[in-house]
Design a protein around this ligand. Structure first.
Ligand SMILES: Nc1ncnc2c1ncn2[C@@H]1O[C@H](COP(=O)(O)OP(=O)(O)OP(=O)(O)O)[C@@H](O)[C@H]1O
Length: 237
């Protein structure tokens, strides 16, 4: 079974042809990383899947059903979620309210006790406005909202950018826990160590095309990180 499938996906900003025929299949429980240099098109890829890129061609399917004609909110209701710098939490609402408003958007939300069971560190902030929390804690609130709606495919755009190492580790653990619950995760992340540690498979994007793929081990041992990113991956596993 495939959770998310992209077939010959193209995306454009005006005349700029950014994604140039991307194919990708993401199974439930997979954690797939997309890595590539600045400007390769990683963010555009996630935005295209979410219905946020201005012009997209090709096919996108969620559990075999086409997403092409669906606007972003319908894609979200179908189980797709995107976490990025500009879409995190409602800052004026408390953590609890952030989760409760998410719960209202679906028929069968995850009970909040279960959400807190997965992210227990939110308990002590439950009644605080989310905007008062640290960047890392807000990121956990955003994940909690996506847990609440039982998203089936979670796309993360640079989830650990600017965060302290302890919270980076925590986000990695939570990503693994989500995958263990059959959520398919598509991760765009500059932190190579984290990417290698949590991903089951990596795809390298260069100038809008996938040029290589493999397990983290294969990518490192074939020297592909040096070749395409100019980093070694040494010290990571
Ligand atoms: N709104 C936009 N309008 C026009 N061009 C854009 C827009 N957003 C991105 N681009 C261009 O599309 C290309 C791909 O950008 P994108 O942000 O997808 O790359 P990226 O791989 O995520 O890079 P980074 O790692 O720097 O975030 C770049 O050349 C960028 O300048």
């Amino acid at each position: 079974m495939v959770a998310l499938e992209l077939k010959h996906l193209h995306a454009f900003y005006g005349k700029a042809h950014i994604l140039q025929g991307v194919d990708l299949a993401l199974e439930p429980g997979a954690v797939v990383g997309v890595i590539g240099r600045n400007g390769a098109g990683k963010t555009t890829l996630l935005r295209a899947v979410m219905g946020l890129a201005p012009r997209v061609e090709g096919e996108l399917e969620l559990f075999g059903a086409s997403l092409r004609s669906l606007p972003t909110d319908a894609r979200a209701r179908a189980g797709l979620a995107l976490m990025s710098q500009d879409m995190r939490v409602f800052p004026e609402l408390t953590v609890e309210e952030n989760c409760r408003t998410a719960a209202l958007t679906v028929r069968d939300p995850m009970p909040l006790g279960e959400v807190l069971g997965m992210i227990p560190e939110l308990k002590e902030h439950w009644r605080r406005p989310a905007g008062r929390l640290s960047g890392g804690q807000q990121q956990l609130v955003a994940i909690a909202r996506n847990l609440t709606v039982r998203c089936k495919v979670l796309m993360l755009d640079e989830p650990t950018e600017g965060l302290m190492p302890s919270i980076v580790t925590r986000i990695g653990e939570i990503v693994r826990a989500l995958a263990a619950r059959s959520v398919a995760v598509l991760l765009v992340e500059q932190n190579v160590e984290l990417t290698l540690a949590v991903c089951t498979r990596l795809h390298i994007l260069e100038k809008g095309r996938f040029v290589a793929q493999g397990t983290p081990k294969q990518i490192v041992s074939n020297g592909l990180l040096e070749r395409y990113l100019g980093v070694s991956g040494a010290g990571a596993h």
